[in-house]
Design a binder for this molecule. Structure first.
Ligand code: PXG
Ligand code: PLP
Length: 444
């Protein structure tokens, strides 16, 4: 293999064997984008270039890549305890990490159930919600409410409450669910941060309650800021109103914080940043700085207590749910080291101080061709790109490919371009990225 080999020595048979996730496999395999190393805010591509990581991996690696502290912790853990069974037995770091995670959560959310991904966190939280009502003697409360444009991973529960059409269309009937409308309003185009109008969209929850009756609804799940659909900050007052309605009607509120958890918004959670405490919070991604798969659902103590109080004999399993790799010791070690870095390097306040830099920079793109909206919050931002005639997905793809050629990795999905800057980014790196993006769009 040579340093300038785009294929990184991958043979045709190897290339054929891998059915890639959420990828245009046919195009990729003709013109692959292979990454061979990463350090700090940069990837190394197979053809030997330094590529700025404008999405922190997939919203995962805010503290930067290949952090020595995490490498060391994972390596030590592997040597000491490579695996411990997750069912009926455990290991010290599982408990140490659980308490550590609760320190990042709003007061009252203090019971941690481990998963291995954001998708598994979605399934887990939705199952806990249904089981909770059954344990409380209200078994008819099963309906799950999501929101248009929501993303809760790719498993059955998650796609049922999810609101991104193409992620559901192929797969047929799943779990009984209904959806709130999204919060994107035409008058809120090019708004910096949270839109002032749109809180009334939470009132639609009352219509869903009138339709299904609260006695049949288990939970509402929303991302405090919708990430995958293209960085949609909540309108001022929206989450608060949604929470009020849920509380009044005995419906659990779940925040899916797989992207917003652990710093991206400039606070430990979106719940803290937006001042609304749900009944459960789902996390993944930044928990281990992307190094080892791990997620978690953090529940209010009252939810946990209902399972304990109605659990049957003391030796009985209170919640028949869990994964072979729940609380994996190596993932726990990676998470403990990652949370230490967040705290020691003061990365969450750093996000808060960098957020205005990104905001200023990205909104300067207003007025360029094809850009029909710009949104931002914390270290997340997105552009909406006007569809090319008959090919709604083409332009974002072209923009992202051109950016990769220029040495920048960014995300494209649907009609959006998304940025999720590393928490360690420097202001000049943000400006350089955004300016390259502007030039690319001008030249389209
Ligand atoms: N919930 C939310 C809110 C997410 O953002 C998941 C669940 C699923 O997590 P897993 O770990 O199962 O992928 C996610 C994941 C993007 C992008 O570019 C977003 C995600 C994943 C990949 C790309 O917006 N979000
Ligand atoms: N399928 C089979 C046949 C299994 O035995 C198991 C776990 O034991 C699973 C699926 C679930 O795997 P996981 O616990 O890793 O989600």
């Amino acid at each position: 293999m040579t340093a300038n080999d785009k294929f990184a020595g991958i043979t045709q048979a190897q290339m054929d064997a891998h059915w890639m996730a959420f990828t245009g496999n046919r195009q990729f395999k003709q013109d692959p984008r292979i990454i061979t190393a990463a350090k700090g805010a940069y990837f190394t591509s197979a053809d030997g270039r330094q590529i700025f990581d404008g999405l922190s991996g997939l919203w995962t690696c805010g503290a930067g890549h290949s952090r020595d502290e995490i490498t060391e912790a994972v390596s030590q853990q592997m040597k000491t305890l490579d695996y411990a069974p997750a069912f009926q037995f455990s290991h010290p770091k599982a408990f140490e990490l659980a308490e550590r995670i609760t320190q990042f959560m709003p007061a009252g959310l203090n019971r941690v159930f481990y998963t291995n991904s954001g998708s598994e966190s979605a399934e887990t939280s939705l199952k806990i919600a249904r089981a909770y009502w059954r344990k409380k003697g209200m078994p008819s409360k099963t309906k799950l409410i999501g929101r248009a444009k929501g993303y809760h991973g790719v498993n059955w529960g998650g796609i049922s409450v999810g609101g991104i059409g193409p992620n559901r269309a192929l797969f047929g009937e799943a779990v009984a669910a209904d959806h709130l409308p999204h919060t994107v309003l035409p008058e809120n185009k090019f708004i910096k941060g949270m839109p002032e109008t749109g809180a009334h969209k939470a009132e639609d929850m009352l219509e869903l309650i009138a339709l299904h009756d609260a006695s049949n609804i288990a939970a509402v799940i929303v991302e405090p800021l919708a990430g995958s659909a293209g960085v949609l900050p909540p309108p001022v007052g929206y989450l608060k109103r949604l929470k009020e309605i849920c509380e009044q009607h005995d419906i659990l509120l779940i925040f899916d914080e797989v992207i917003t958890g652990f710093g991206r918004m400039g606070s430990n959670t979106g719940a803290e940043e937006f001042g609304v405490v749900p009944d459960m919070i789902n996390v993944a991604k930044q928990l281990t700085n992307g190094t080892i798969p791990m997620g978690a659902v953090i529940a209010k103590q009252e939810i946990y207590d209902v399972f304990m109080e109605n659990g049957g004999p003391e030796y009985a399993v209170e919640l028949p749910h869990g994964y072979t790799y729940s609380a994996h010791p190596v993932a726990c070690a990676a998470a403990l080291a990652s949370l230490d870095i967040l705290e020691n390097d003061k990365l969450v306040p750093r996000v808060k101080s960098l957020a205005p830099v990104l905001e200023e920079s990205i909104h300067q793109l207003k007025g360029l061709p094809y850009i029909t909206d710009i949104r931002n919050y914390g270290l997340a931002a997105a552009l909406t790109i006007d569809a090319a005639p008959g090919e709604p997905l083409l332009r974002p793809y072209q923009i992202a490919m051109k950016m990769w050629e220029k040495g920048f990795y960014i995300r494209y999905g649907g009609d959006t371009i998304q940025l999720g800057l590393p928490f360690i980014a420097e202001p000049e790196q943000i400006d350089t990225l955004v300016s390259a993006l502007g030039d690319t769009i001008k030249a389209l």
